[in-house]
Design a protein around this ligand. Structure first.
Ligand SMILES: Cc1cc2nc3c(=O)[nH]c(=O)nc-3n(C[C@H](O)[C@H](O)[C@H](O)COP(=O)(O)O)c2cc1C
Length: 135
């Protein structure tokens, strides 16, 4: 698999998690706000991250997914950071990406990050590693 990490982050939490995933996977990283779908078309595994906002993925993330072309053979790992509930937003992303033709390998989330506090990402990183090893 040839993965890339794409993230949106409003206050920095999801960016920090995205950077940790990049350290583990050695995949290139893209800030969703400055990324066109064409920039990631050569990657067959999209690792996409978002904050949860209003129990949904951030609207910027939703718009990015909308802008992706219909495909047949790509896979995705979805991650989010959140304060209260994370699974609803991941389910929304899964549904949208599945309808674009992506196979979702993993949905993983990190609760309660604080911008000024170090966070242990090992749970998320282990899950991502395991999902990649299965491919
Ligand atoms: C406008 C806004 C709405 C939010 N709505 C939710 C929410 O509905 N549920 C939740 O669990 N967290 C919510 N949060 C908390 C963020 O999901 C959480 O702090 C996340 O880690 C922020 O990621 P970021 O720093 O990458 O933007 C909200 C935060 C903001 C700023």
């Amino acid at each position: 698999m040839n993965p890339c990490v794409v993230y949106f982050s409003r206050t920095g939490n999801t960016k920090r998690l995205a950077q940790a995933i990049v350290e583990t996977t050695k995949a290139p990283i893209f800030d969703l706000l400055s990324t066109q779908p064409s920039a990631i078309e050569s990657f067959d595994l999209l690792i996409l991250g978002t904050p949860v906002e209003g129990s949904s993925p951030a609207k910027e993330t939703a718009a990015f997914i909308e802008s992706l072309p219909q495909i047949e053979t790509k896979k995705a790992i979805l991650f989010c950071t959140y304060r209260f509930f994370g699974s609803g937003a991941l389910n929304v992303m899964e549904k949208k990406l599945s309808s674009k033709g992506y196979e979702i390998l993993l949905k993983v989330s990190k609760k309660g990050m604080k911008p000024d506090k170090e966070t242990d990402f090992s749970d998320v990183l282990n899950e991502v590693k395991k999902a990649l090893e299965k491919q």
